[in-house]
Design a protein around this ligand. Structure first.
Ligand code: C5P
Length: 409
């Protein structure tokens, strides 16, 4: 059973929909989910601690400071206990607090200290939901990695109609079932991924090299997103100034040939994403000493073609990853060029981006991409943080992998 023995920490917020938390808790309880609850001060205006405690058979946490037992309410252990944290309902005010990292009560402190996935279930008036301030917070929170379910369109408690209605307990229940189902499959299948990122450096002599502007950020964010999904991920990165998380397995390389060697060592994997801006050429000969200023004939620097790592992975007969993903940075005819690149390099997905505009792509925190599928389907993702795009792309890749696996088994 997907949900059996899963541990969910509920944070019940202050909105009229708080009463629906009781229905959801009952539904989960019937499916053998363990539930602990934090009731916020305003949540208490809508539901009582007693009704929640009666359903969950667990004590309800309210204050960060407990006069009777100071060791008992530990914001760290509450978050560590849970497999998932669900905030229901998530009000506009609560979202603002999360977006600026407040830790003013037990609920906000637990969330700030959490190392778990957090699901927000917004519920508010349509104007509040559509307000630019709220929408800005949604983007910030998505970028921080919070998950959302809803809101839905419908008639609200205040009598108005529109987007802002909380998802029903049934809808949230299905979301949770699906969420844990995917987690279980990923864990049991022991999926592995490799991501290449950053530039490569092709040395002419001990101090000079051919390289490019790539920061490695998009590939790094992708590796983090895959890892968060439970996939064993290794990032193969060319020279980059990024500060990498210690939690991620990293292989540092310099040249295209080094990168290919590391990639080969990592095979077999289920997913390969080539986000690196690999130099296309390297000097045939690397000068042992620094080339002198007075060298007259610079055409002496002969270049040869580098190996194409993506092409190698896409064509690989022995260990072809189940999903091979390429990146395509273009300045013109973006979709057309990316489609042919996708075909030539035998990819399952191609992430195309326009690098002719400033503010996205190379060396930026933002990106704007089109995801091209093998069947010709194109998903355009508006300009957003690279972390947001990474989460979206990682989800699409996992969906594809799970679908393939279903068809194979
Ligand atoms: O043909 P182009 O270099 O534009 O293709 C880009 C895609 O190919 C990217 O996914 C990039 O990581 C990959 N690539 C590679 N090895 C190369 C050149 C490109 O893996 N030598």
């Amino acid at each position: 059973m997907t949900l059996k023995n899963k541990k969910i920490l509920f944070i019940v917020g202050g909105g009229i929909s708080a009463y629906k938390s009781l229905d959801l808790i009952r539904l989960l309880q019937k499916n053998s989910v363990s539930i602990k609850t934090i009731l916020t001060k305003s949540g208490k205006e809508f539901v009582t601690p007693l009704s929640i405690a009666a359903l969950t058979k667990n004590k309800v946490y309210e204050d960060i400071f407990n006069k009777n037992n100071e060791a008992e309410i530990d914001h760290i252990s509450l978050s560590r206990w849970a497999d998932l944290i669900v905030v229901l309902p998530t009000t506009a005010n609560f979202m603002t607090k999360l977006s600026i990292g407040k830790a003013e009560d037990l609920a906000t402190t637990v969330l700030l200290a959490s190392n778990k996935d957090i699901l927000l279930v917004p519920a508010m008036n349509v104007r509040m939901w559509l307000h630019k301030a709220t929408q800005k917070n949604v983007k910030i929170l998505q970028d921080y990695g919070y998950h959302f379910v809803g809101p839905q369109k419908g008639e609200m408690a205040c009598g108005e109609y529109g987007e802002g209605k909380m998802s029903s307990p049934r809808q949230i229940f299905s979301y949770l079932k699906n969420y844990f189902n995917r987690k279980n499959i990923v864990k049991n299948k022991n999926f592995k991924a490799l991501v290449t990122t950053g530039p490569t450096r092709e040395y002419l002599d001990p101090v000079r090299y051919i390289s490019n502007e790539s920061s490695g950020k998009q590939g790094y964010e992708l590796a983090l997103a895959l890892k968060k999904m439970g996939i064993k991920t290794t990032l193969v990165v060319g020279p980059s100034n990024l500060n990498f998380s210690k939690d991620l397995k990293i292989k540092k390389v310099i040249s295209a040939n080094n990168m290919l060697d590391e990639v080969k060592k990592l095979l077999p994997v289920d997913i390969a994403i080539c986000a690196a801006a690999v130099a296309d050429y390297s000097p045939v000969k690397k000068n042992k000493n620094k080339i002198k200023k007075d060298a007259t004939n610079l055409s002496l620097i002969k270049l040869e073609k580098n190996p194409d790592i993506l092409d190698f992975l896409g064509k690989n007969n022995k260990h072809r990853p189940k999903i091979v993903v390429g990146f395509s940075a273009e300045t013109e005819n973006i979709i057309f060029n990316s489609k042919s690149k996708m075909k030539n390099k035998y990819c399952d997905l191609m992430i195309a981006n326009d690098v002719s505009k400033k503010g996205t792509g190379f060396n930026s925190d933002y990106n704007k991409v089109a995801i091209i599928h093998k069947n010709g389907k194109i998903q355009n993702i508006k300009k957003n943080k690279k972390s947001y795009i990474a989460n979206m792309v990682a989800k699409i890749i996992l969906d594809k992998l799970l679908m393939n696996d279903k068809n194979i088994n």
